[in-house]
Design a protein around this ligand. Structure first.
Ligand code: V07
Length: 246
């Protein structure tokens, strides 16, 4: 466990599920006169820092928006590079994930994802499946609307086969069809963070963000640190204190 005197005593109400839109990797590179690739590379280091801090703080699930279903529209050579990042990420960070008792999970659509990428993700999930600490949940080839459409199709199938009655569809039953059923009971996001100054949801966990607090940082994702995560956690805590007082 790390020793962080200012905040150890202050943060006492930790959100179970934190979700992050890791924006600004390209702009970080541009600002520094580097290539976009370098921005993505540094973005992975930020994932390492923030994951370990979140796990030390007692977050139960950290969901990271790594690749959206819209990202396929980027230039082919960038898509190709991005698809190699899970492989690089796990090659480097699996030992550290083990040391920190972190379990890997993924939500998203496996179609269109190259075989080598799928293999790397499945291997990391398998190698960390016995870890009992924080779940590091990658939203990879994920889209919120597509997720809701797929859930609807699945419910339709269950009705057609007689497994389910229309009158029994509830929010709970619907939610269980979403990809986040794999992180239950923490399906719903408590704190949503977006870096780089944008203040949009961008099709990320539409259902699951229904009651979340939003925290926006102007920092580009590669500049994100454990201290900034602590700031977001403190802000979250102070908001829930205010609501608690009413
Ligand atoms: C990506 C680096 C971080 C900043 C955001 C954009 C670039 C880690 C992953 C990843 C994904 C799935 C997985 C393990 C790791 C990743 C993409 C981009 C597409 F199971 N970083 N990272 N995937 N960047």
């Amino acid at each position: 466990m790390g020793n962080y005197p200012q905040v150890d005593t202050v943060i006492d109400h930790i959100p179970d599920h934190v979700a992050i839109i890791m924006d600004g990797n390209g702009r970080w590179a541009q600002r520094t006169g580097k290539e976009r690739k370098d921005g993505h590379q540094e973005g992975m280091e930020a994932i390492r820092r923030v994951s370990i801090r979140a796990s030390e703080r007692g977050v139960k699930v950290l969901t990271l928006y790594a690749f959206s279903t819209e990202n396929w529209k980027r230039p082919p050579q960038e898509v190709k590079f991005l698809m190699q990042l899970p492989v690089k990420f796990f090659d480097r960070f699996v030992p550290e994930l083990q040391e920190n008792n972190i379990r890997v999970n993924m939500i998203g659509f496996k179609d269109k994802v190259p075989g080598s990428t799928k293999k790397a993700i499945e291997k990391a999930i398998d190698e960390t499946k016995h870890n009992t600490g924080m779940v590091l949940n990658f939203a990879f080839n994920y889209g919120g609307r597509a997720e809701i459409v797929e859930a609807t199709k699945s419910l339709f199938d269950k009705i057609t086969s007689g497994e389910l009655n229309k009158k029994d569809i509830s929010e709970e039953i619907f939610q269980a069809e979403l990809l986040t059923n794999s992180i239950t009971p923490y399906d719903n996001v408590d704190l949503l963070i977006r870096s780089s100054g944008e203040q949009r949801l961008s099709n990320f966990l539409l259902w699951q963000n229904a009651y979340s607090e939003f925290y926006f940082s102007k920092l580009f994702w590669p500049d994100f640190t454990g201290e900034i995560l602590d700031k977001a956690l403190l802000d979250y805590q102070n908001r829930s204190r205010r609501y608690g007082a009413i």
